[in-house]
Design a protein around this ligand. Structure first.
Ligand SMILES: Nc1ncnc2c1ncn2[C@@H]1O[C@H](COP(=O)(O)OP(=O)(O)OP(=O)(O)O)[C@@H](O)[C@H]1O
Ligand SMILES: [Mg+2]
Length: 290
């Protein structure tokens, strides 16, 4: 039984005539890590809002079809119940900060406090996620005094602490350096291994290739491609449609056209895959020499 099921989902923002999402059908299994890619305006954030119930409960407009988690639909739930099932980490971390709290610790505790979680349990859960997301040393700082990347960690922590069944992340590492990105992807993968279902809108192809189970490519509000990361991320139609493409894929495709990449070898997405592919060519050539 899939945890998440979208059937025939089409959505129009208020006063718009082109749908931001169109005919989306999607089933996601428990513990799956899905990456959503797409050029600017493809509908990635809109899909995140739809999963998280902000559409239709916050953004009005017109939603057709059904969005279900565990057999219950967003339309039949209210947002305050839904956030316990599906947690959303916003694209801009600034939008996540409550503005009501003076410290990172209080900020991360805010959701649990609102739910009336007993104080001891609250402290324990907050300390655990601060540790996990690498911001324990920021606990006493003001959320507003942090860098963008640090704010993104706080935003992630404040959602993880709620232990949602489904974690939706909208470009959660956009303001992070590669070290931060690796750490955050690591945390998220660990959560997925523990059974949390993850949907992440993301541009960073190399990271997706290493961490995601499945990739959904959105284009003009529709699912344009879907499948295993290597297969989707190296599809030759991506570039012409304005998707980002890994530089390693582009390089290897050029090499392939000049006979410098083994035709039977899948195109690389990551640096490691590219290096081993080029090493194989070199070894093959040196073996072939008399
Ligand atoms: N509040 C809104 N009202 C009307 N149209 C909107 C609204 N928000 C987004 N849109 C439109 O919906 C479409 C999808 O936008 P969305 O923000 O979901 O794209 P995205 O893939 O997240 O893009 P980005 O990579 O820039 O974050 C775009 O055409 C956008 O202009
Ligand atoms: Mg977006």
């Amino acid at each position: 039984m899939p945890v998440v099921r979208l059937q025939q989902v089409t959505y129009y923002y208020p006063l718009t005539e082109t749908p931001a999402l169109q005919d989306i059908n999607l089933e996601i299994e428990e513990g799956e890590f899905i990456a959503v890619i797409g050029p600017n305006g493809a509908g990635k954030s809109t899909l995140c809002y739809t999963l998280a119930g902000f559409i239709p409960h916050f953004y009005k407009g017109e939603l057709q079809g059904t969005v279900e988690v565990d057999g219950r639909s967003t339309q039949d739930s209210n947002l305050s119940d839904w956030v316990l099932r599906v947690g959303l980490v916003f694209q801009n971390p600034f939008n996540q900060i409550s503005g009501a709290k003076y410290t990172v610790f209080e900020e991360v505790a805010f959701g649990l406090e609102n739910r009336g979680v007993p104080r001891n349990e609250m402290i324990q859960r907050v300390e655990e996620v601060l540790e996990m997301t690498g911001i324990a040393d920021l606990a006493a700082r003001s959320p507003y005094s942090l860098s963008g990347g640090q704010q993104q960690r706080v935003a992630l922590a404040s959602i993880l602490v709620m232990q949602p069944k489904v974690l939706v992340l909208d470009e959660p590492t956009s303001q992070m350096d590669p070290i931060g990105t690796r750490e955050v992807f690591g945390v998220i993968r660990k959560m997925a291994q523990k059974g949390m279902t993850v949907v992440m809108a993301e541009h960073k192809m190399e990271w997706i290739a290493q961490f995601a189970d499945r990739v959904i490519a959105l284009w003009e509000g529709k699912i344009f491609l879907e499948g295993k990361p290597q297969q989707v991320l190296t599809d030759e139609r991506l570039a012409e449609k304005g998707f980002g493409v890994s530089r390693y894929t582009t390089t290897a495709r050029l090499a392939l056209s000049r006979g410098l990449w083994q035709a039977e070898r899948p195109l690389p997405v990551t640096l490691e895959e590219a290096v081993s592919g080029f090493a194989a060519i070199r070894n093959g050539q040196s073996k072939g020499k008399p």
